[in-house]
Design a protein around this ligand. Structure first.
Ligand SMILES: C[S@@+](CC[C@H](N)C(=O)[O-])C[C@H]1O[C@@H](n2cnc3c(N)ncnc32)[C@H](O)[C@@H]1O
Length: 441
């Protein structure tokens, strides 16, 4: 079946219409391309398809730099020019905001200074293949591992580790975990890198607490790479998430440090931190700018993590309260506040909804940066009830952002700006900031 791609939509799909009017989402096809497709999933009102043959190709296509491009599935846009990637991300956000909120004035995507080797964290899965330990990325919803030697969006040091670590795992005789049989010890290796200080943390995630090879493994790793700043053992019995659970330090420090222009952040192994240091800096500066803090404002930072926005805003706000449910991140935010000598901040280790239900304090500005699932309906209702003058909503999932912004607009807020940031070059993912102002203010 032939189809012309009309636009790019969330998930990185090219959207087209079959002759009978049925919509089709085509993986790996770009606007204006004419593609012969094969249906992979048929629904009542639309289908998912993959390209079989391109009758007309986009002039913006390029040869993907990565040899794993077709198998790994991590970098969906690597075969299109970087300028087009930025346009596409704006289109994806615009499409959602037009349909859900009725807002089309989405601004240009803020580019990433680094197109490759930008990630602050790489999560690798271990597997025992043909008698040898291998590291790579798991194909979504399967136990199949794409074993890789280099990841072009990972920091260079992570690639150095990736090249040598399988041999070190073999030498240390580490039993690799088998996800199907649920047997073995080592599940994942996560590399975190701080770009401003060049500190690298290697995290071994095991199924069980028992990890007798830990000592020899870290010894061999440090011998090979004396620059490794920190080695951590995370015990995580759950197979559905990678980086969660209690941890202990095997070598060096238990944190890495990232320095921004105005603040310093300590990042513990299991805490969230933005995926792209240089774009995170732009994002924090943007949030600071649009907040227009001038010494009088009381700011509430919901889903505050290790305090990225809390601390940035505390430099000019009257006070900032951060709310974070993860205890490790909450504690790091408290320490970061001390390190940066911010006496006007306080942090609450709580679920956002619980906090909002019990809060009686008034805030002028609320910053919101939830996980991909967005805010709970009840939390939005509580936020509306709190009546802040300004809401700055940051999100890495534009569909839940548009859904939540629509609820805020219906609740009396005016959407003033929507700005995409390219936090994740080469992929379809996009970070977006929405700025809302109370209508009567
Ligand atoms: C996308 S991160 C943002 C963190 C921070 N704003 C930053 O930029 O570094 C979302 C954060 O929300 C936290 N979180 C998730 N669900 C939560 C909830 N229901 N209540 C409070 N915090 C939550 C996570 O632990 C995570 O630190």
């Amino acid at each position: 079946m032939l189809v012309k791609i009309e636009k790019i939509v969330n998930g990185g799909y090219g959207l087209g219409t079959f002759e009978d009017g049925k919509k089709v989402f085509v993986e790996g096809a770009y606007p204006d391309e004419v593609v012969k497709v094969e249906i992979v999933k048929e629904k009542r009102d639309f289908s998912f398809a993959k390209p079989v043959y391109f009758v007309e190709k986009s002039p913006f296509r390029r040869t993907p730099l990565c040899p794993n491009f077709n198998q790994c599935g991590g970098c969906h846009f690597m075969d299109i020019s970087y300028e087009k990637q930025l346009d596409f991300k704006r289109e994806i956000v615009k499409d959602l905001f037009e349909r859900i909120v009725g807002f089309s004035d989405v601004e240009k995507t803020v580019a990433s200074p680094l197109g490759l080797n930008y990630r602050t964290k790489v999560e690798l899965t271990a597997a025992f293949i043909k008698g040898e330990p291998k590291l790579g990325f798991k194909v979504r919803k399967s136990h199949f591992l794409v074993s890789i030697k280099e990841c072009l969006i990972a920091p260079e040091r992570a690639n150095m580790i990736l090249e040598k670590l399988p041999k070190i795992l073999s030498a240390a005789e580490v039993p690799i975990y088998n996800f199907r049989k649920r047997k073995g010890i080592l599940k994942h290796v996560v590399v975190r890198h701080a770009f401003s200080t060049n500190q690298t943390m290697v995290i071994f995630v095991t199924k069980t607490e028992n990890f007798p090879q830990a000592k020899i493994l870290s010894k061999l790793l440090v011998k090979e790479f004396p620059w490794v700043y920190s080695i951590i053992h995370v015990m995580n019995s759950k197979d559905s998430v990678i980086l969660r659970g209690p941890y202990r330090t095997l070598h060096g420090e238990g944190i890495i440090v990232e320095e921004f222009d105005w603040e310093t952040y300590q990042i513990p192994p299991t805490a969230f931190f933005q995926s792209n240091y240089y774009v995170a800096k732009k994002l924090a500066d943007f949030v600071f700018k649009v907040s227009e803090v001038s010494g009088k404002e009381r700011v509430l930072d919901l889903y505050s993590g290790v305090g990225l926005f809390s601390l940035r805003l505390s430099s000019a706000a009257k006070k900032v309260v951060g709310v974070e449910s993860n205890r490790v991140s909450y504690k790091a935010a408290v320490s970061n506040s001390h390190i940066n000598e911010r006496k006007n901040t306080s942090f609450v280790n709580s679920d956002v909804l619980e906090f909002l239900k019990n809060n009686e304090e008034n805030f002028d500005i609320v910053v919101v940066d939830p996980p991909r699932s967005g805010m709970e309906k009840e939390a939005i209702a509580e936020l509306l009830g709190a009546k802040p003058k300004k809401i700055i909503y940051i999100s890495c999932e534009p569909s839940t952002l548009a859904r939540d912004v629509k609820a805020l607009v219906d609740g009396g807020y005016k959407l003033e700006r929507v700005v995409p940031f390219d936090m994740f070059p080469q992929t379809f993912h996009v970070e977006t900031v929405a700025l809302l102002q109370m209508k009567s203010s």
